[in-house]
Write a protein that binds this ligand. Structure first.
Ligand code: MN9
Length: 290
């Protein structure tokens, strides 16, 4: 498979007051980002609050996004779950929808051994055989995949890419050098430029829902060797991300989308809703850095 490139928002999920998915608003978010020129979407990742959702809800979200995108961009379906059977079911569904790739975080919570984690990925691939993107996210999953762990997948052609939500750029550089034919996605948006320097081909991230244009520009400037301008753009994005981190990233992204006119609602409990002052603070930081 040809390498992927560019910016993929990890789509947020809009909910109504009762916690039901607002498919109409999801369609608007997809349209908003396709118009900005994103390469594709990462559907039902952590940013989508996927671990709160039923398998049926996750399937409905993927179908809605695929229908709206209508072949205009790439689609990656995150099918990760701590239960292999559910992950396989989601992978088979994603295959039937026609995604470009699937992706999964390592199964978490029960402190699985690496052999169990490895088997989880191979069970999915043996059942569904859809190109797989390994999602390394040690801070949340508490599973830290090493270079050799990832290499043990990359020797198999079905494993096409890594999404590295970690500040371990040494890991990224080593793998990009060892397996140049695989695709490397940077995970922390605030470190995108560092990821590019280490060999990333693109990025999957939550803040791209609201400001994809900044990251499309950072990558373009980097590729044109215009480093000072790329750093300046990353700095502006980071002023916004720092404010988001202060109040809660997903809640902040949803609040900013509401300020832009999307009826996005709030994150599901136990995530808390933001106060009026927090929303004003975010809007102010947004205005001064846009
Ligand atoms: O993987 C995202 N991680 C989560 C990517 O959403 C948990 C990032 O986009 C971060 O949200 C972002 C802010 O730290 O970089």
């Amino acid at each position: 498979m040809e390498k992927m490139h560019g910016i993929f928002p990890a789509l947020l999920t809009p909910f109504d007051q009762a916690g039901r998915i607002r498919k109409d608003v999801l369609r608007e978010l997809v349209e908003f980002n396709i118009k900005k020129g994103v390469t594709g979407f990462y559907v039902c990742g952590s940013t989508a609050e996927s671990f709160f959702l039923s398998a049926d809800d996750r399937k409905a979200i993927l179908e809605t996004v695929a229908d709206q995108a209508a072949g205009r961009c790439r689609l990656i379906a995150h099918i990760g779950h701590i239960d292999t059977l559910t992950a396989v079911d989601l992978a088979l569904h994603a295959k039937s929808v026609g995604v470009d790739a699937i992706s999964s975080v390592s199964p978490f919570y029960y402190n699985f051994s690496f052999d169990e984690i490895r088997q989880y990925y191979f069970d999915i691939e043996d059942a569904a055989d859809v190109p797989m993107i390994i999602y390394n996210f040690p801070a949340f999953s508490k599973v830290n995949l090493t270079e050799d762990n990832i290499a043990s997948f990359f020797d198999d052609d079905r494993f096409i890419a890594l999404k590295n939500t970690s500040s371990d750029f040494f890991l990224l550089e080593r793998l990009a050098h060892r397996y140049p034919g695989k695709t490397y996605f940077n995970g922390y948006d605030e470190m995108f430029l560092s990821g590019l320097a280490a060999g990333a081909d693109g990025a999957i991230g939550s803040t791209f829902n609201v400001m994809a244009e900044k990251f499309i520009r950072i990558q373009k400037l980097f590729e044109e060797n215009r480093m000072a301008e790329a750093q300046e753009e990353q700095r502006k994005a980071n002023n916004i991300i720092a404010a988001m981190c202060r109040v809660g990233v997903m809640a902040a992204e949803k609040a900013l989308l509401c300020s832009m006119g999307f009826d996005f609602g709030i994150a599901r409990r136990p995530f808390r809703a933001l106060s009026e002052e927090e929303i004003k603070y975010l809007e102010e930081v947004w205005r001064t850095n846009s």
